[in-house]
Design a protein around this ligand. Structure first.
Ligand code: S3P
Length: 175
């Protein structure tokens, strides 16, 4: 059983890298935001606006609990998922967690052109984005750093992640 869980701030590259790892390892790629959107037939933006952020966070916890029924996957988590309630502990109990560490400046660069679909940053202009990310990341790192593996930018490759996954096969991943 292979369960690879990618964690990191918005814009860290979880989905892009996740797809590459999944195709390399021959297991399904899943994206928690996309699956929640499909299940509710609503975009994350609409869930935030119509139901509120705390409702979305409840959905994320329920989503993690249901994951335990699946055997093999590479999961790209939403950026805030590990930072609420017991989510980080739950994620660590299910699979091997990897934190894709990126600096606030890199994140600004990567996020600026794709910020419209992300409700937490949609209203921010370029000058507001850096302080927002610095503050939010400082609060979130406490959770992100509980990952099994913390990867620097150069280590964020399918190769490195596949090797770590084999090395650190989770106690619950029996076969
Ligand atoms: C969020 C990150 C988003 C999405 C939602 C909230 C966050 O996912 O779950 O907009 O709190 O950081 P990505 O990290 O895939 O952008």
């Amino acid at each position: 059983m292979r369960r690879v869980i990618l964690i990191g701030f918005m814009g860290a590259g979880k989905s892009t890298l996740g797809k590459k790892i999944a195709s390399r390892m021959g297991i399904p790629f899943i994206d928690s935001d996309l699956e929640i959107e499909t299940h509710f037939q609503k975009s994350i933006g609409d869930i935030f606006t119509e139901n509120g952020e705390s409702f979305f966070r409840t959905l994320e916890t329920e989503y993690i609990e249901a994951l335990d029924l699946r055997d093999n996957f590479v999961l790209a988590t939403g950026g805030g998922m590990p930072c609420f309630g017991r989510n980080m502990e739950l994620l660590n109990s299910i699979g091997t967690t990897f934190y894709l560490n990126r600096s606030p400046k890199e994140l600004v660069h990567r996020l600026y052109h794709s910020k419209t679909s992300r409700p937490l940053i949609a209203g921010l202009d370029e000058e507001e984005l850096l302080p927002f990310i610095e503050n939010r990341l400082a609060l979130r790192e406490e959770y992100y750093k509980k990952s099994s593996v913390i990867l620097s930018r150069d280590e964020q490759t399918p190769d490195v992640i596949e090797n770590f996954t084999e090395l650190l096969l989770h106690p619950l991943q029996k076969n």
